[in-house]
Design a protein. Structure first.
Length: 392
């Protein structure tokens, strides 16, 4: 089946400041679907030390949908404990089927309730929702979707309230089968910040329209004033990328891709062998003509989704203590002026979950701060919003 080329044909932005301009976004076609997922009671799971489980399931949905539609490129945003995806409605049947499998798999393998909803862009527009997309170029291979419009926030509210409308459906009946999660990898240790802190930051403008663009341009400019260019606060440092070897740290990939109990043991030893070999190549102890391994860490840094927009600024930032103080001061100033709400979670490392087609260049990496990351930043953001109101 021919895949709609809407997303592929969007002009790529090369400067993140341009993500602030609503004029750079195009309407999502009427014949597309929006899909949203999240983990119910994720903050409880996080308090139990299970944020890696939450994170892995959020990323696994993206891998499952990619495999269901033949690894075609489509817009998505990874949010830590969930994701938002856009796909042509011509792929509705196979995608809904794999999402039902994901719902079953999350509960049976992780004892977590994966909430899933989807809706027709055409029907949701009739209900007043706005959906726009752009894309930002991280590298030649990886171009990150950017979302703007009231529709993304609206479908999140519907999902979390368990509400259906004429344009929005909930997936409530799981299919007791294992989804295809090939390409999903979780083989890196937590990436320690090379500056001391790793921040998960969410910023929501309080105003819509032209003022919204001005606010986002101003706050992004201030962040760059503090930290430098986009590359200067990338939380992935090549020297801090280290493979893991213990069953405990490889557990999530083993569960997601290893099959039944006996197959999981075999899969662990396969991962162990791959990671030992990879470690030798990374450290120059093994060499092979034409090998991609020496370049792979560079590719991980280039293809990590640490800055994006889904109707708010979403960043994972490597920060020093002094930079953090300046950032908080700036955010508080914007807050006092009634321009933004923000939520921030502070840790000392980042989590990487990888989607790999080939190790040469076709791979991208979903990043979050450790110990709660985006989920806890979102909790703080919602608390602040509940004390005020966002003008639409």
């Amino acid at each position: 089946m021919h895949f709609d080329r809407y997303f592929l044909e969007l002009v790529s932005l090369t400067k993140f400041i341009d993500a602030a301009k609503l004029s750079n976004y195009k309407d999502v076609p009427d014949n597309w679907l929006v899909i949203i997922t999240d983990i119910a009671n994720s903050t409880i799971a996080i308090s139990e030390g299970r944020y890696k489980d939450v994170n892995s399931l959020g990323a696994a949905v993206i891998a499952a949908v990619r495999n269901a539609i033949g690894k075609e490129k489509f817009p998505f945003i990874f949010g830590g404990d969930g994701a938002i995806l856009l796909i042509p409605d011509s792929h509705k049947d196979e995608v809904v089927e794999v999402l039902k499998k994901m719902k079953y798999f999350a509960l049976s393998s992780f004892d977590l309730d994966l909430r899933i909803g989807y809706g027709s862009i055409r029907e949701l527009r009739k209900e007043g929702c706005v959906f726009k997309t752009a894309k930002y170029k991280f590298s030649e291979y990886y171009q990150q979707a950017l979302f703007r419009g009231s529709g993304f926030e609206e479908v999140e509210k519907l999902l979390k309230r368990g509400l259906k409308t004429a344009g929005f459906c909930l997936i409530e009946e799981p299919i007791e089968d294992i989804p295809d999660l090939s390409g999903f990898e979780c083989r890196w240790n937590s990436v320690k910040s090379h500056k001391g802190f790793t921040l998960a930051l969410l910023i929501k403008a309080r105003l819509r329209g032209d003022r919204e663009t001005e606010i986002y341009e101003s706050i992004i400019s201030e962040i760059f004033r503090i930290y430098g260019s986009e590359n200067d606060f990338n939380p992935v440092s090549e020297k801090n990328l280290n493979l893991v070897f213990s069953y405990k740290k490889l557990k999530n990939e083993i569960i997601l891709r290893g099959g039944n109990s006996f197959s999981r043991i075999k899969y662990y030893f396969k991962l162990l062998a791959l990671n030992i070999a990879g470690s030798f190549f990374f450290n120059g102890l093994l060499t092979k003509k034409g090998s991609h391994w020496r370049e792979y860490k560079k590719g991980v840094r280039q293809n990590a989704d640490y800055i994006k927009m889904d109707d708010m600024v979403r960043m994972i930032i490597s920060s020093s203590e002094e930079e953090k103080k300046q950032l908080v001061h700036t955010l508080e100033e914007f807050t006092r002026k009634g321009l933004i709400f923000y939520g921030m979670h502070i840790s000392d490392a980042a989590l990487l979950t990888c989607i790999v087609d080939t190790y040469e260049d076709e791979h991208f990496h979903l990043i979050d701060a450790s110990d709660g990351g985006y989920a806890l930043a979102a909790k703080e953001l919602k608390q602040k919003i509940s004390q005020g109101s966002v003008e639409l």
